[in-house]
Design a protein around this ligand. Structure first.
Ligand SMILES: Nc1ncnc2c1ncn2[C@@H]1O[C@H](COP(=O)(O)OP(=O)(O)OP(=O)(O)O)[C@@H](O)[C@H]1O
Length: 257
């Protein structure tokens, strides 16, 4: 990838990312963590093809990502559903680019709603659904587009703790199963425990501009429990990497004053 990126601001260019490079392999759940304002969301948007890097490329299965593509779906913290459409219609949206009859489109949308545990809620509007159910609709919509890569920006951050736990315990099997085309997940999260619970690998970004400062494999069987000793050891390791990242980010900020 070797991604570098600057925002154009009134005070001149603000370089956010410098030579950020990592590969994601098949069936991997990869999380990106970093102190706030480091550039995680910016990086996710670049991977999605929503922003163009100054230098570097995003390559998906050998092909450069040059703009938004149905091969990549994204899930947001605030669910991003259309309030005037039902759950079923929100999922159908993802299928409009496919040449399907209305009947087949509805059938497929129903299948994905069932996959995320929302069979029976097809005709509900977002305002009639709980936060967790809304995020399930967003997941169904993302999967229905039949992407290769699924990007998630803080997908559990707007859910209460119990709802988030329920969804986290299901997300891996919801996304990686024979009904799904997704080959890999890249998630941005602030919650280090959640990151250890879910990820195969964690990429830590740090510095200003940010670069990859650690790439950690989480080698634990699933389901994972924060009460396990090894889980705690990974958590300690990640806290220490984040502290280093914060020192690096602050040091660079002070030096550049
Ligand atoms: N549209 C924009 N124009 C100018 N600067 C921006 C823009 N969007 C973000 N930035 C700046 O770029 C940097 C990285 O922002 P980004 O949102 O990617 O960070 P983040 O790591 O996702 O932060 P957080 O954890 O708080 O969500 C920040 O310093 C931010 O102020």
């Amino acid at each position: 990838m070797d991604i570098s990126f600057s925002y154009r601001t009134e005070r001149g260019p603000l370089q956010v990312l410098r030579d950020v490079s990592f590969a994601v392999y098949e069936k991997q759940y990869v999380s990106i963590v970093a102190p706030t304002g480091t550039g995680k969301t910016t990086l996710l948007r670049i991977i999605a093809g929503l922003r163009k890097p100054d230098t570097g490329k995003v390559i998906l299965m050998g092909e450069e990502v040059k703009g938004p593509t149905p091969k990549i779906s994204m899930i947001f913290q605030d669910f991003a559903l259309f309030p005037w459409l039902t759950a079923l219609e929100n999922v159908e949206i993802a299928l409009l680019h496919k040449k399907l009859s209305k009947e087949d489109r509805v059938k497929l949308a129903r299948k994905y709603l069932e996959l995320v545990g929302l069979g029976g809620f097809e005709n509900y509007y977002p305002r009639e659904l709980s936060g967790g159910m809304k995020q399930r609709v967003a997941i169904a919509r993302a999967l229905a587009a039949q992407p290769i890569l699924l990007l998630m920006d803080e997908p559990f951050a707007n859910l209460d703790a119990i709802t988030a736990e329920g969804l986290k315990s299901e997300i891996y099997n919801m996304v990686f199963n024979e009904e799904s085309t997704v080959k890999a997940i890249v998630m941005v999260s602030h919650n280090l425990s959640e990151v250890i619970e879910l990820s195969d690998r964690v990429i830590v970004l740090g510095g200003r501009p940010a670069t990859v400062i650690a790439d950690i494999s989480i080698d634990l069987p699933r389901p994972r429990s924060p009460r396990d000793k090894e889980f705690q050891e990974y958590l300690d390791m990640l806290y220490s990497e984040i502290s280093k990242s914060m020192e690096l980010t602050t040091a660079v900020k002070v030096n550049s004053k």
